[in-house]
Design a protein around this ligand. Structure first.
Ligand code: NPW
Ligand code: K
Length: 515
């Protein structure tokens, strides 16, 4: 599913009106009707009190359409106009007249008349149509107070298009008011801000309503980001061939491990085999030898001369891909070995953990990383690599610039992990908080390495690997619960994650859990 930018949505809006030969208020009617149908389908005429808060732009206009349609179906509706500006959109005004023609007189809030905040009960429903994609500065004092009042009621808040107070392309300043939505109905495409940690928290769930914006235009543009769900993941899947052998699926090598951290290599190597690599070898200090040979007989083991940490990196094989950094440690000899290795290596890498830290402490080494290698930093590691950021949007911008400059695939881990490559963003849909557990990242590194080994391009391996990893975690959690999920559990359910690709398609109506 594509995620569009503000400019793209505005252009689609314009072209829809032009090409479908409709007026802008007809498009607004269509959008409002979709929200009404959603509510009506669930409420079925219930007498619950519905408070519709409308701004004075087009988001507010949508709110007025929703309110009118609810009233026509005899719902118990109260409409409020949040008069935040003298400037009202023409379609807002048109719909305000239509409401008044129904002999309903909305209550106006304009902040300087000392209006009392409306009385709203927990069991009521609030429709938030104050601001939509047009918000371009923080809501002023009294508007913010009203928004905070709405948040404090504890009522179910349904946000129209996006929670009011969120911007399309920046993150609200600390303390800036934002509506806390229980659910958001976004027109045509989700907004990038639904997936970022600082802004995704403002809607517990979301879904999109198709308002038939110009399909031709939307199909032919480069979206702001792509949301990776089952259909996108399935399109990346490479079927295994009948006449193939283990050589077809590549030989992956893992370089890592140190005394007390052999488990990390075990997890990566096992995840790599489980995601389909033909052969796996691990290169580790001597102390890991018996452990790995016993725990994972399917893998081969090469050992360093040193007992407890890697001191030289030398091997006599030609792997298709190398996963490096898991459990590596930062012993001085290991750092030197890693530097020497980068000088001569040209095999694509999947770089994780301590190898990322060594890179960030020695930025000149990034030049030595082969093009199209994959970096999988968690937030702290990312910060060490690209520097600090003011907010999630700046983090993505810095990530894009870094990935572009070095021709690398950057996996920005989070509740919605985002893969960045060649100025494109791929936002993952799978995964859950149970996966915040030691070793989960080693499993991801193993999966991505395993996919590259069998012929996926590095960017596809990263996007597909992140999806599979999250999906395995989601299936696992339905059996274990969040707390009992371990990294090994994610590996155990990888097969189910592959099988799930071919199970029935996700059904969109159920809505997406956010954050
Ligand atoms: N996508 C589509 O195709 C369709 C979209 N539709 C709907 O339109 C919505 C977008 O509507 P919109 O452009 O009128 O903007 P909206 O969010 O209502 O804001 C209104 C105005 O407020 C102003 N303003 C900004 N910040 C402010 C602040 N802090 N305090 C005070 N004022 C502030 C700013 O104007 P400014 O003052 O900057 O000139 C802004 O223009 C969209 O979310 C969806 O619900 C559907 O109807 C049909 C199809
Ligand atoms: K809204």
């Amino acid at each position: 599913m594509n995620i569009f930018s503000l400019e793209q949505i505005r252009e689609a809006d314009r072209l829809t009106i032009l090409n479908q030969n409709i007026s802008s208020d007809e498009l607004m009617e269509r959008a409002g009707a979709r929200v009404f149908e959603w509510l009506h389908g669930r409420l079925q005429g219930n007498a619950v009190r519905i408070h519709v808060f409308c701004g004075v732009g087009n988001n507010g206009g949508d709110g007025l359409v929703i309110a009118r349609l609810l009233m026509e179906s005899e719902y118990n509706v109260k409409v409020y106009i949040v008069d935040f500006s003298e400037k009202r959109s023409p379609d807002f005004l048109l719909n305000l007249d239509r409401i008044k023609n129904m002999k309903h007189w909305p209550e106006h809030f304009n902040g300087d008349k000392g209006e009392e905040l409306p009385d709203i009960k927990r069991e009521d429903i609030i429709v938030d149509a104050i601001f939509g994609v047009g918000l371009n500065r923080a809501p002023s004092g009294w508007v913010g107070k009203l928004m905070e009042h709405i948040n404090a009621t504890g009522a179910f808040v349904l946000s129209v298009d996006m929670p009011s107070g969120l911007f399309m392309n920046t993150v609200p300043e600390k303390g800036s008011p934002v509506i806390q939505a229980a659910h958001t109905l976004a027109f045509q495409s989700p907004k990038l801000v639904f997936f970022l940690p600082g802004t995704g928290i403002y809607t517990s769930s979301w879904e999109i309503l198709d308002i038939d914006l110009d399909k031709e235009y939307l199909r032919n543009i480069q979206p702001e980001a792509v949301f990776i769900e089952k259909s996108e993941a399935l399109s990346l899947y490479i079927p295994r061939k009948k006449f193939s052998h283990k050589g077809t699926y590549g030989h992956a090598l893992f370089i890592g491990g140190s005394y007390g951290k052999i488990g990390a290599v075990y997890l990566s190597a096992k995840a790599c085999l489980t995601s389909g690599a033909g052969l796996v070898t691990t290169y580790m200090p001597r102390c890991g030898y018996s452990i790995l040979q016993t725990a994972l007989p399917e893998a081969m083991v090469l050992t360093d001369a040193n007992e407890e940490h890697i001191s030289t990196i030398a091997f006599d094989l030609e792997p298709k891909v190398i996963g490096i950094g898991i459990g590596l440690g930062k012993h001085r000899a290991t750092v030197d070995a890693f530097k020497a290795f980068l000088q001569k290596n040209s095999t694509p890498l999947v770089i994780d953990a301590d190898a990322l830290n060594i890179l960030s402490e020695n930025p000149e080494l990034v030049q030595r990383v082969p093009a199209k290698s994959v970096l999988t930093p968690h937030p702290k590691e990312l910060e060490r690599l690209i520097g600090t950021w003011k907010d999630d949007m700046e983090k993505l911008e810095k990530g894009k610039a870094f990935a572009k400059e070095h021709d690398l695939v950057l996996v920005v881990k989070g509740a919605h992990t985002i893969v960045i490559y060649n100025e494109k963003l791929y936002v993952n849909s799978t995964g859950n908080p149970g996966m915040a557990t030691g070793g989960s990242g080693d499993v991801l590194t193993g999966m991505i390495t395993g996919l590259i080994s069998q012929g996926y391009t590095p960017v596809n391996a990263a996007v597909f690997g992140v999806y599979l990893h999250g999906k395995a975690g989601d299936i696992a959690v339905s059996n274990t619960g969040y707390e009992a999920l371990t990294a090994g559990g994610i590996i155990d359910y990888t097969g189910d994650a592959f099988l799930d690709l071919f199970a029935r398609p996700e059904h969109q109506e159920a809505g997406q859990e956010a954050g």
